[in-house]
Write a protein that binds this ligand. Sequence first.
Ligand code: ADP
Ligand code: ZN
Length: 756
Amino acid sequence: MPPLREALLHYWGYDSFRPLQAEAMRAVVEHRDSVVVLPTGGGKSICFQAPAVTMPGLAVVVSPLISLMKDQVDALIECGIPAAGVNSSLPPRELLRVADRVRRGELKLLYVAPERLCTEKMLSFLDDANVSFFAIDEAHCISAWGHDFRPEYRMLKQLRARFPKAGVHAYTATATQQVRDDIIQQLGLRNAEQLVGSFDRANLIYRVVRKSDILKQVRQVIDSHAGESGIVYCISRREVDEIAEALSRAGYKAKPYHAGLSDHDRHKHQDEFLNDDIQIVVATVAFGMGIDKSDVRFVVHTGSPKSLEHYQQETGRAGRDSLDADCWLFWTVANFITWRKMLSDLPPDAFKQSDESLRSMERFCNGVVCRHKALVEHFGQSYPGTNCGACDVCLDQLELVADSKIIAQKILSCVVRLKESFGAGYVAQILTGSQEARIMDSGHDQISTYGLLKEHAKSHVQDWIEQLASQNYMKRVAVRSGDFQVLAVTPEGWQVLRGEVAPNLLRPAEKKGKAARGTRTETASTASWDGVDRGLFDVLRGVRRKLATERGVPPFIVFGDTTLRDLARQVPTTLEAFRHAHGVGDKKTAEYGDVFVETIRLYCAEHGLAADQGQGVESATAAPSPSNPRTNSRRAEAPIETKPVSTLVSKQIAFDMFQAGQSLPEVMAATNRAKSTVSEYLVEFIHEMEISNPEPWVDAATFARVMAAARIVGIEKLRPLFETLEENVTYDAIRIAVACLQHLPPEEAEAAMVEP
Ligand code: ADP
Ligand code: ZN
């Protein structure tokens, strides 16, 4: 598929397909209807975006949420692909503009909400728009079996008949066959090709731990991810408020998110998170739908969710960029009691299903098998291999107890001796030989199992009781109005007592933090940092943030973390080398190459870092160290020969030249600085000297156009100006014009800003 492969490299800067992407794209270009199921972060969007670019005509993408639409359209535009979205938030003037662009055949992708798409007006408009295919994103919304049914998706069925020549393709991360069949039927797909990927999220590191001092536990996770984005999920709004508050007080940039906050606050906190203005969102399940921030590095649960589906979905928001991310689940038995209480109001049928889901979740928490394996098997797939190297079980934080069988027998026997009339806490006290008054008073210190496990910590014994219950050797029976539960031995438990079956029990490993057996390093924060210069990475993050703010898009739309890490690993100091970094396409090279390359050069000069570590790329400022070029300490051995003049000096030269009315290219040549840097100097110069006439740097006609656009969209953000100017005035010119605008005398500014 040469054209698709080329498109992938040219627009996105990716040099290979992820699993099933090639197959999914082929179905689109060969006009075969399809259903594509890939996990979150699996790369579904490119499956329809790349064919949209290579095929003639317009691809129509159905998307349920404005925020999702907006992020994807922004990301496409950043890559240089003409795309637009229509939704209820668009002013009529903008709608007309989009319609015009469709008529002129300028757009490759059009994003539409289902209810708008299915109006007769829209459909007849599209009749003449040369639609190449329809992509239905989040297609599970069409199925009542899914977790997110949206009735308006049902209207999409008419597409198949109305546009017989256009393919219809459905994309979802929801796994079950039932939902898949429903999608095919509800959309009326013809001989649909089904492509189902693995549900395993190999880059997520799962850890399931007993909750103790939750604030301390949460802070430890955050501290292992300094400055990186993360989500903390809580069961209740009250807990959200408490933890958000406590974290803020401790100096973390954290904000709450739950349905009890005003719309305004929720949007604000979400935007701050997307724009990296805050580091952490503390939230209930209400947070997440429509968040496709790619660089969420950790997700913490401060209590168990009510199903594995929820757990999978919420942890799924971490690591969408495929870099490692940590998922910590802190839980207690009390979580399940709380959930059961909430479920008890449900009608019997719904209760049964929810209770079943809760039990699966409980088994997972108490589980003794690899978390990746347990999750994948829950979703009906098999897991290859025996050690994932990315969960608490496989990373040796838990170990098998050697005498599991005997311990299990002691515990079960104690439950029997206590006539199945006591709860887990009491049983553990008896087994560990507690001398508490109520035990001495009841005479239970006299039974034969008293103190049988006194060499073990009570918390371990309690863990084992839970493990036995979750493996169905014991069950909980409610007494006294359901609030109190006692333990009882099941028939399977009796098999253990008779020595016919031997359960497995786990305990925390003696040696904490033992090195992983697999190829991974211990935590996500140290993994995939191979050869990355952390200092440079941080500097590049700053550049990304600045560019994003200017353009009014979230930073991850400018570049993902994968790209920044690759830049801080390869250290490119030429545009040619920059173009080779992961995730850098042609448009972004043209747009951002200068700024990044310039920053990297300065950084190399100031820190003595060897430049151009990428393979096959010629060095520009210093030779790569001949020995191991991919180690962390790659400080250049030899001093850099041509150290560029310092920033201060070059800025002074630039200011003097501006004063003399010299042009940007002249100043660039004299200072040996990139265009973006020089125009930044100029903006600074303009403000310092309060200049209101942009000539000779921006001609009068262009200045007038920028002023006219500023009347419509203001000057807070450059991006709307750029768009209003039909994308044919450069950002540099806009920036310079806007700076001058601010120094126009008041009466002139007023005249300019008021419509004639
Ligand atoms: P999904 O919609 O399946 O959750 P996305 O389409 O958002 O996933 O893709 C997740 C991330 O992976 C995005 O940052 C995307 O650019 C990146 N990606 C997709 N395909 C590739 C590829 N072939 N090579 C490298 N990165 C890719
Ligand atoms: Zn594992």
